[in-house]
Design a protein around this ligand. Structure first.
Ligand SMILES: Cc1cc2nc3c(=O)[nH]c(=O)nc-3n(C[C@H](O)[C@H](O)[C@H](O)COP(=O)(O)O)c2cc1C
Length: 173
């Protein structure tokens, strides 16, 4: 059901934040987003745990995935493939988490993460930054990430301001 923009600010909107996370950062960003939307009914859906969520009950859906080697996680691609039509019916937001610094590369990672049909209907889109969980990475992965982030591998780039803007756009506030 698609309501006029303003209606979402009146409360009672059922929202799903559906995320794909390998090392926990996208989960962290999704939880921060959920806390900003606490006046609504929000379900956090981790695709690592719930493979086939039922999404037809939500008026607004945020989809978020981590980016590895320039690509979204497979579980997000699989969800989108299965539910592309249902997703187009909801008020939709698309976000990615990654450590790419350059704006043009961030934009193309976000663009490539979801199909054109979903970008066309999305009311919010954002690159929310990320973190490297160094303890969980292999030696090869550490080599790869030094190319992405240079020396800045320890700093979190999770963008709280971008999360807030995204959450507001998602509910039309
Ligand atoms: C091996 C490896 C490859 C990565 N490749 C990219 C990349 O191509 N682009 C990007 O923006 N971030 C990249 N990242 C950074 C991750 O997207 C970032 O660590 C993100 O916060 C991970 O989210 P997660 O903890 O939810 O899995 C990479 C990280 C690792 C470890």
């Amino acid at each position: 059901m698609i309501l006029p923009d303003g209606a979402y600010t009146l409360g009672g909107v059922k929202i799903a934040i559906v995320f794909a996370s390998k090392n926990g950062t996208t989960c962290k960003a999704a939880k921060r987003m959920a806390s900003l939307l606490a006046e609504h009914e929000v379900d956090l859906i981790n695709l690592g745990e719930v493979k086939k969520p039922r999404l037809d009950q939500y008026q607004a859906i945020a989809l978020g995935t981590a980016i590895y080697a320039g690509k979204p996680l497979k579980m997000m691609k699989a969800l989108v493939k299965r539910q592309e039509v249902a997703l187009q019916k909801a008020r939709l937001g698309l976000f990615v988490c990654g450590m790419m610094k350059e704006n043009d590369k961030r934009a193309s990672e976000l663009a490539d993460a979801f199909p054109e049909s979903l970008h066309a209907s999305a009311v919010a889109e954002a690159f929310l930054g990320g973190e490297f969980n160094l303890d969980q990475l292999t030696a090869i992965e550490k080599l790869v990430i030094s190319r992405i982030a240079g020396e800045a591998t320890r700093a979190s780039t999770i963008d709280d301001n971008a999360i807030e803007v995204f959450a507001k756009q998602l509910v039309g506030a």
